[in-house]
Design a protein around this ligand. Structure first.
Ligand SMILES: [Zn+2]
Length: 105
């Protein structure tokens, strides 16, 4: 979700206190919707395996992150599903509390 100024329609992400467009302070949530992945980076874990407090070992998976330029003109950093490359059209969804870019418009 992004924040939309109720007075002038300015889109902000992350949310702001005052609208840079009109100085208003009234926002409504709006779905970020679709956009284009513009930058793709892979954040590799420092260690390949990590030990849980239980003693069990888990593999650390690299996380792919990208900047998504949405149709509303807001840039959102999102986790990318496999197969998404720079320039690809994506839809933004919320999963486990974080923004995730999935394939499609
Ligand atoms: Zn405004």
């Amino acid at each position: 979700m992004v924040s939309e100024c109720t007075a002038c329609g300015y889109l902000a992400y992350p949310p702001r206190l005052l609208c840079p467009g009109c100085g208003g302070s009234s926002w409504r949530p709006r779905p970020a919707g679709a956009g284009v992945a513009t930058e793709v980076t892979v954040r590799r874990p420092v260690f390949e395996r990590r030990q849980l407090p239980s003693g069990e070992w888990v593999e650390e998976e690299p996380t792919r992150l990208g900047a998504v330029s949405t149709e509303g003109g807001v840039r959102i950093i999102a986790r990318l599903e496999a197969g998404i490359e720079a320039g690809g059209r994506v839809a933004l969804v919320r999963r486990d509390g974080v923004a995730v870019a999935v394939e499609g418009s």
